[in-house]
Write a new protein. Structure first.
Length: 421
């Protein structure tokens, strides 16, 4: 089977967990499928507007720069007027449509699987459906509902946006019209929470849906319980942006008097300078900047607990799964899909999003009560075993065959209820 994956970003142009997942699953799928990947690249002259072919292992990659004001990862550094115009163009990008359609006609894949499309626009979906190719769409953020992709802006402090502005409602309505007109054959969500939010906003109605959590490289055995370096190490991994809530973590940690505590912050973003100023004077807090994915596992091994203090409704949280695989429990905001994998008192603890006092108390609890920490560590590793990449890829391949078979046979009955072993 030949599968074509379309995603706005792919390493080395990546900014978050969705790209980490995409890299892993593309490589895993390529073991048994022929994988074609279409992704974006920064603008480097007129030639970059045309697709450039390369290979990464068994994956054939097409990269091109969508004709717009800037490349998607540059958004934070751009003024508001440019961002507004970028979003207008990104609703339906004719250039992306023509280039993607050209590649699809050339490759003739058996299945097309779209992921984050900000930068390409939803014209990528129309390109696939216009050629009558079987189409699956995976949601990794709320970009279909929200220009910020998080359902969090200045109008919404914590949680899911419930009072969108007029402009956001128009933006949402146009995208809903496009998606519901060029219906994917299947929509994949990483959590039940994600599915519920999209259905509430009348997206993917009448479309088959599957809830499939993200995957990670799991460990065959739990790491040794005694993995401390003499300190109690608290870890944050992720983007340094306001909606990730790292400022709350720094405030909570700074209020704890224990000198054996250390806070390790791995990642980068436009909020980094604010966070460094906030932590100034506390030598227990260390920033590492952006770290290669291959090196992040070392931080999980060192950590006693990972904290995910998000203020927006995370889809699921790859950081949580990666932490579990290294026998490191998680303290996380009780928001979004996080609540579906962090089990209170089993593999971690949950706190109310934005509650600095509650977060501080939980960090202190885990620090002072060693038997609780040992219990959480063992269960964290056990929890990770349900999210291995080989089984995840196997399920995707099965779904690919089912969806491609439906198109070829003209069946309207939906997916076969049976699942692969």
């Amino acid at each position: 089977m030949k599968a074509c994956i379309i995603a706005n970003l792919y390493p080395p142009h990546d900014i978050g967990g969705a790209e980490v997942y995409l890299e892993r699953i593309s490589e895993e799928l390529s073991r048994e499928c022929k994988v074609i990947l279409i992704t974006s690249s920064p603008y480097h002259g007129l030639r970059s507007l045309l697709p450039r072919e390369s290979a990464r292992g068994n994956i054939k990659i097409y990269r091109f720069s969508p004709l717009n004001i800037y490349h998607n990862p540059e958004a934070k550094a751009r003024p508001a007027v440019q961002r507004f115009l970028w979003h207008i163009i990104d609703i339906w990008n004719l250039h992306s449509y023509l280039v993607i359609r050209l590649i699809l006609r050339k490759e003739e894949p058996d299945i097309v699987h779209t992921h984050n499309l900000s930068g390409f626009s939803l014209s990528a979906i129309a390109a696939a459906k216009g050629l009558r190719l079987p189409l699956i769409h995976s949601c990794h953020d709320f970009s279909l509902l929200c220009p910020f992709a998080t359902l969090k802006c200045r109008r919404q402090r914590y949680g899911t946006c419930v009072s969108a502005s007029f402009c956001c409602l128009v933006y949402r309505a146009i995208k809903r019209f496009i998606v519901n007109r060029h219906k994917p054959d299947l929509a994949i969500m990483p959590s039940r929470h994600t599915e519920t939010v999209f259905l509430q906003k009348r997206f993917f109605t009448g479309i088959k849906r599957e809830v499939i959590p993200y995957c990670i490289d799991t460990q065959t055995h739990p790491l040794p319980i005694a993995k401390q370096d003499g300190n109690f190490n608290v870890l944050y991994v992720g983007q340094l942006v306001e909606h990730k809530g790292v400022h709350l973590l720094i405030k909570a940690f700074s209020g704890l008097p224990y000198q054996r505590m250390r806070l390790h912050i791995v990642g980068d973003g436009d909020y980094a300078a604010v966070l460094k100023r906030l932590s100034r004077g506390d030598e227990r807090i260390k920033f590492y900047g952006r770290v290669a994915n291959s090196e992040v596992s070392g931080f999980y091994r060192l950590a006693d607990v990972t904290v995910v203090p998000s203020l927006w409704p995370e889809f699921l949280g790859i950081v949580i799964l990666e932490s579990f695989s290294m026998s490191t429990p998680v303290i996380a905001s009780a928001i979004g899909g996080i609540t579906e994998i962090v089990r209170q008192g089993y593999n971690g603890f949950l706190f109310k999003a934005g509650d600095e006092t509650q977060l501080k108390g939980l960090i202190e609890k885990v620090f002072l009560e060693r038997p609780i920490l040992d219990h959480l560590r063992d269960n964290a590793w056990r929890s990770s075993l349900d999210f291995g990449c080989p089984s995840h890829a196997g399920r995707l391949r099965w779904i690919y065959r089912q969806v491609a078979g439906l198109k070829n046979s003209g069946s309207k009955d939906g997916l076969d209820a049976r699942r692969p072993d």
